[in-house]
Write a protein of this length. Structure first.
Length: 220
């Protein structure tokens, strides 16, 4: 069963889909309001799919249960990672991609997007996906289980474009963690379109404008 989702179609018979994964403790409604700000009326019909992550206890928040793509033991780059949880969420994304196929949108017209923890899963799932994707959008995030990526990444997505936006004053996912992740991907030959903004752990209007331009080039 696919995860529950919030969906928005810009017009009938979508030709492209954007799967957008929220951050820790939010839900699929979090980024739904971004659609009218982001979408250009000249674009082909799009389906936005905003899934709700499963509810699970999160160690860093005193074990409180909330929507999370995986457990976070610590924000430090060297903290132990919840690899089992990350891999389970990669599987959930594959299920959502398969459902878009069934609804008539092939892999090469699907974008994976995510903010923070959602961006970490968008990167992990997208780069391992067996079929070519249209692009990956990584916002205020980092690359988890990076050590296994070289062996597990898919040749189909070796050249898939990646848009990355990060706040220079982000206190949650430090800028250095973002740049380290970018450098890891570039060292593997991935094309990262890197943008920084004078903001904390957030999304800003300038970033949405840059993302609109980037998407427009790929939807033309």
């Amino acid at each position: 069963m696919p995860l529950p989702t919030v969906e928005h179609q810009t017009a009938a018979h979508p030709r492209y889909s954007i799967l957008w994964l929220h951050g820790l403790g939010a839900d699929g409604n979090d980024f739904a309001p971004i659609v009218p700000e982001l979408v250009d009326p000249s674009w082909p019909p799009l389906r936005f799919v905003f899934p709700h992550a499963p509810v699970r206890p999160v160690t860093i928040n005193n074990g409180m249960s909330m929507r999370a793509w995986y457990d976070i033991i610590g924000f430090d780059a060297h903290a132990r990672q919840d690899e089992a949880g990350i891999r389970a969420s990669i599987g959930e994304v594959q299920t959502l991609i398969a459902r878009e196929h069934e609804r008539g949108v092939p892999s090469e017209r699907i974008f994976l997007a995510g903010f923070s923890q959602g961006g970490a899963i968008a990167l992990s799932a997208g780069l391992r996906h067996a079929e070519k994707l249209a692009g990956i959008i990584a916002l205020s995030t980092y690359l988890p289980i990076a050590a296994t990526l070289a062996a597990e990444r898919s040749a189909a997505n070796a050249a898939t474009p990646i848009f990355w936006g990060h706040g220079t004053a982000d206190p949650v996912v430090l800028l250095q963690r973002g740049t380290d992740s970018r450098d890891t991907l570039q060292a593997l030959g991935h094309a990262v379109d890197w943008h920084t903004y004078p903001m904390a752990h957030a999304v800003c209007a300038e970033e949405i404008g840059d993302l609109r331009h980037w998407l427009g080039q790929r939807l033309a």
